[in-house]
Design a protein around this ligand. Structure first.
Ligand SMILES: *Cc1c(COP(=O)(O)O)cnc(C)c1O
Length: 354
């Protein structure tokens, strides 16, 4: 499958959104003048305040990337043993917790929402778990019943919200983690944030983010370095300022795909979150279609092939685990670029002789 890795800058593909260069230069000048580069600087704090406004969370704690955000938040919630987790997610969801001693129990997703199926979680009721980790895939909402399941088990929920910025979803988890990676709807090149309504969890995350330091000299807990720099925060602030414009652009593209793909019976355009950042389609001959698009200069991506439970190290631990809905999605989902919708639709039409 080598052709999925080859990269050509002329390909039609999802690309990072860049704010106006001059605006970035202005913020960089301010950083130079202050000579305050990292350690809870003013731009990081401003980014946190603005993320609180956009998401409605009481507390946002900026971190260096989403993966470190998951690690820090899991630690703050004491999800440190077996944990329930979907396999239909980016591998970072499982990796982040496994890295610090957690053990994923992969559960199947609902074929309609793509998200963790509360009924599947119930099947695992006999195994002691320390928490539920759930991804809002493509920015779609989690089943609220997950909250009831978590309360019944007396375990916390950690939500991987890496796709969900701007989707207007309620805070369902005890902590939720945004990614501000360059590929996301708004970004800081690399970055992320932990969202929570609990002041205690926010406080713990702030401690863990900076080696367990309270003030300048007191180390009061374990910790790691998950700090975001001022340069990254500058990019994050400007990108966040463009969020609404980006979403309305994405929405137009999605509607254009709806029109363009209408009437191709083999193609099912799937629901997506309200930031319209991901354009998922479901097709039976996905790999052939992807190869055809690539031959026409379009890079469409196979999310989250082959599924975490079929990636190492998890595959070797449980080689016979079967998750039918997850595997079916992993074999059929293709993410189209969120621009050039008209052009890409007509190539897909061509492929199906529609
Ligand atoms: C991007 C992503 C992550 C990882 O975020 P980084 O900021 O790249 O570390 C985790 N989970 C999901 C679902 C993602 O899409």
């Amino acid at each position: 499958m080598k052709h999925f890795l080859e990269f050509d800058s002329k390909l039609v593909r999802n690309q990072p959104n860049l704010p106006e260069r001059e605006l970035f230069h202005e913020l960089v000048d301010q950083i130079w003048d202050r000579n305050w580069l990292t350690n809870d600087g003013p731009l990081v704090r401003q980014l946190e305040r603005e993320l609180e406004v956009v998401t409605g969370a009481a507390h946002a704690v900026a971190v260096a990337n989403g993966t470190l955000g998951l690690m820090v938040a899991a630690k703050a919630l004491s999800i440190d043993g077996d944990f329930i987790c979907p396999s239909f997610t980016f591998v970072a969801t499982a990796h982040a917790l496994y890295w610090q001693g957690g053990d994923p129990i992969f559960c199947d997703v609902s074929p309609r929402s793509f998200n963790l199926d509360p009924d599947g979680v119930h099947v695992e009721r006999d195994r002691f778990t320390t928490g539920i980790v759930a991804t809002q895939v493509f920015g779609t909402p989690l089943d609220p019943e997950l909250r009831e399941v978590a309360d019944e088990y007396h375990v916390p929920i950690l939500v991987d919200s890496a796709h969900a910025l701007g989707c207007g979803l309620p805070i369902l988890g005890d902590a939720e983690v945004l990614s501000l990676h360059a590929t996301k709807v708004a970004h800081a090149c690399e970055g992320g944030a932990i969202l929570t309504n609990s002041p205690d969890i926010a406080e713990k995350c702030r401690l863990f983010r900076q080696f367990g330091f309270q003030g300048q000299a007191n180390v009061v807990s374990e910790g790691i370095n998950a700090k975001l720099s001022e340069l990254h925060a500058a990019m994050g602030l400007l990108s966040l300022r463009d969020l609404e414009a980006q979403i309305s652009h994405n929405r137009e593209e999605y509607l254009e795909y709806m029109r363009g793909l209408q009437g191709i019976s083999q193609v099912n355009l799937c629901l997506t979150g309200r930031n319209y950042h991901y354009v998922p389609i479901m097709v039976d001959d996905r790999d052939d279609l992807a190869a055809y698009l690539l031959s026409k200069g379009v890079l469409a991506r196979r999310y989250f092939y082959p599924g975490c439970h079929r990636c190492e190290p998890y595959r070797s631990f449980n080689p016979h685990l079967s998750l039918p809905h997850t595997e079916s999605l992993c074999d059929r989902i293709l993410i189209l670029p969120n621009h050039s919708a008209g052009n890409v639709s007509s190539i897909i039409k061509e492929f199906y002789h529609a």
